[in-house]
Design a protein around this ligand. Structure first.
Ligand SMILES: [Ca+2]
Ligand SMILES: [Ca+2]
Length: 186
């Protein structure tokens, strides 16, 4: 009888624990997760290559084993993991927050380690716009300002040429890789 009374409580606690673990895992999964980004800093670059090189040829139990370098999860760090890193080399994963509500990943292959050119700033702005708004609207980049730490872009957009009254503003922080987007359909 006592067990019967306690069972629902135990199940409830189990439910809470499983939900929490699931939530925590989902939050973790939502962090930097670009393939080949072994050190999980949002950029696939030379540091990931070096990290992979250190554990190259290793298997679980080896002194230099690093599970993060085993990008395809087959319990060996080998050429196939190197291919994952090299094929994504140069990719940056920005995290965009849209209208304080929606989170969007923006992936761009651009090298900002040597400073930022106008072309690269525009590439990031364009990737952000397309990722947030899709390809089915017409966009016009009105202003683009940038330095080595920040990009600000202002677009007007519409569903056709007669409907270009909508705005889209973005600010990209190149240090934290966070992008803030505000836009409205009004
Ligand atoms: Ca990295
Ligand atoms: Ca592997």
């Amino acid at each position: 009888m006592r067990l019967r009374k306690r069972l629902p409580v135990a199940l409830f606690i189990l439910f809470i624990v499983v939900s929490f673990v699931g939530y925590a895992w989902a939050a973790y999964e939502g962090a930097w997760d670009i393939p080949g980004d072994i050190n999980m800093d949002g950029i696939v670059d030379i540091f990931d290559v070096v990290t992979l090189a250190v554990s190259f040829g290793s298997e679980p139990g080896d002194e230099n084993w690093n599970p993060a370098a085993d990008t395809n999860h087959d319990d060996i760090v080998d050429i196939f993991d190197a291919v994952v890193v090299t094929s994504n080399f140069g990719m940056i994963q920005f995290k965009a927050v849209v209208n304080d509500m929606r989170d969007v990943d923006v992936l761009v292959r651009v090298n900002i380690s040597d400073g930022l050119s106008e072309k690269e700033a525009e590439l990031i702005a364009e990737a952000t716009f397309i990722q947030v708004m899709g390809q089915n609207v017409i966009r016009q980049l009105d202003t683009l300002t940038f330095d080595d730490t920040k990009i600000e872009a202002h677009y007007t957009w519409g569903y056709d040429e007669n409907d270009m009254g909508h705005v889209f503003d973005m600010t990209a922080d190149l240090i934290t890789l966070q992008i803030t987007v505000t836009h409205c359909f009004c």
